[in-house]
Design a protein around this ligand. Structure first.
Ligand code: AMP
Length: 143
């Protein structure tokens, strides 16, 4: 199973925000869309960073509620690890585990082309394992 197969099923929409917007706006966006991260995108469409709920918790702990009026750029991670459509679920698990993050924006030709979360990865992994178990049961029953 590849990133392409995941995106074909879940869609390629990504919730984005401009890095100059306030962290409070990003928080409201994450809450209303029920997501854990927003990708900060420049006007030219390029990825500027990623802001996850973990970054918000960190700035709130450091600066208190005033942090909510600071720009997204002040708390986001700028060195964003990206996935390609050709990556497999197994490779995604390795990248996420190694980098200790749960979101991977997908980039195609320098453009944001989707996002995969750890929830998407776990869902596909469970489907794969269940299918393998079913195939084994069928094999044993007919052998
Ligand atoms: P997460 O586990 O995705 O909520 O994020 C944990 C930390 O990793 C936060 O500081 C995020 O900004 C950062 N992060 C999330 N996704 C990525 C990514 N794809 N590349 C680099 N850093 C990321």
């Amino acid at each position: 199973m590849t990133v392409k197969a995941i995106l074909d099923e879940k869609g390629r929409d990504v919730v984005t925000i401009h890095p100059d917007e306030a962290i409070g706006d990003a928080v409201r966006l994450m809450a209303s869309r029920r997501i854990g991260a927003v990708v900060a995108v420049r006007v030219d469409g390029g990825i500027a960073g990623i802001l996850s709920e973990r970054d918000v918790v960190r700035v709130l702990a450091e600066a208190g509620a005033e942090a909510l009026s600071q720009p997204v750029s002040s708390a986001m991670t700028v060195n964003v690890r990206r996935a390609r459509e050709s990556h497999t679920v197994h490779e995604l698990m390795e990248i996420m585990t190694e980098g200790r993050f749960r979101h991977l924006p997908v980039e195609d030709d320098g453009r944001l082309a989707g996002i995969v979360s750890i929830g998407d990865v776990v869902k596909r992994r469970i489907q794969d394992v269940e299918r393998e178990a079913q195939e084994m049961r069928q094999y044993i029953a007919t052998a």
